[in-house]
Design a protein around this ligand. Structure first.
Ligand SMILES: NC(=O)c1ccc[n+]([C@@H]2O[C@H](COP(=O)([O-])OP(=O)(O)OC[C@H]3O[C@@H](n4cnc5c(N)ncnc54)[C@H](O)[C@@H]3O)[C@@H](O)[C@H]2O)c1
Length: 251
């Protein structure tokens, strides 16, 4: 019950990694506010969790929507202790020199600027908490070259953002960290049959991640178990970044 009495706001928590994280934090005693642009699914999850869970519409590409969602959290609970930003994603992308300005801007907007908006809105509340922590969800694409340049650049930006914010707000006790998932089994892979089995070979551990693998890592960084950890990016990737591909292929 590491989150007993704590209030957590999560962006992008109606599905996938965010939903698993909301479940995990709720299970550990938190009151969770499920912020998502898919309000129907967010409400469904909140209903499933029951007491100590609520849903709020939150479109991270829209400042007003984010500010309103965080204000609704304060209105309901009078406080905010931890922020988890999961909203993000990529899309089918042409080769780099065919990528348009619009595609580039959209991916930076969703993955980097949208995350910044959540942090900016939450900070005044977090600064009043006894155990404030922020955990951002990035990607291994932000740590090395897996293509999808716009997505990778946006996710890489999150690592630098948390370093700066860790330094700036450390004296106030606010911690900022990033988890960088490898391939995780969510609905995003549904349209590519067989792809998860192929990608499992990138992991020395021989499998792709489950949303619960990420939820466990996010819960750790958000909890006081990580009280002396700030400004880091932690890969949660089954070891995919640990060594070259052929190592895991030979096994
Ligand atoms: N699944 C993977 O293999 C994988 C790998 C690396 C990183 N990630 C990252 O993990 C995060 C979650 O991915 P997932 O696979 O769980 O995806 P998902 O589609 O299952 O969940 C994403 C959630 O974010 C919400 N969302 C999307 N855009 C939003 C917006 N503009 N405003 C508010 N909410 C929005 C969606 O409605 C959904 O509930 C993303 O940031 C993604 O980039 C995923």
């Amino acid at each position: 019950m590491r989150f007993d009495g704590q209030v957590v706001f999560l962006s992008g928590a109606a599905h996938g990694i965010g939903a698993a994280t909301a479940r995990r934090l709720h299970q550990e005693g938190a009151s969770v506010v499920i912020g998502d642009r898919d309000l129907v699914a967010a409400e469904q999850l909140a209903g499933e969790l029951g007491e100590r869970a609520s849903a709020v519409e939150c479109e991270v590409t829209d400042r007003e929507s984010v500010d309103t969602a965080v204000a609704a959290t304060e209105e309901r609970y009078g406080r905010l202790d931890q922020l988890v930003t999961v909203a993000g994603g990529s899309c089918a992308m042409p080769i780099f020199d065919e990528q348009t300005d619009e595609l580039w801007s959209d991916l930076i907007e969703l993955n980097l600027t949208g995350t910044m908006r959540c942090i900016r809105a939450a900070l005044p509340l977090l600064q009043r908490s006894a155990h404030p922590a922020v955990v951002l969800v990035s990607s291994v694409n932000g740590l090395t070259a897996f293509g999808e340049e716009a997505y990778g650049a946006a996710k890489a930006g999150l690592s630098n953002l948390v370093r700066n914010l860790a330094v700036r707000y450390g004296p106030d006790g606010v911690r900022f960290n990033v988890v960088a998932p490898g391939t995780v089994r969510t609905r995003n892979w549904d349209h590519q049959p067989g792809q998860l089995d192929r990608l499992a070979r990138f992991s020395p551990l021989g499998r792709v991640g489950e949303p619960e693998d990420l939820a466990a890592a996010i819960a750790f960084l958000a909890s006081t178990d990580a009280a002396w950890i700030t400004g880091i990016t932690m890969p949660v990737d089954g070891g995919a970044l640990a060594g070259p591909l052929q190592v895991s292929q030979q096994g």
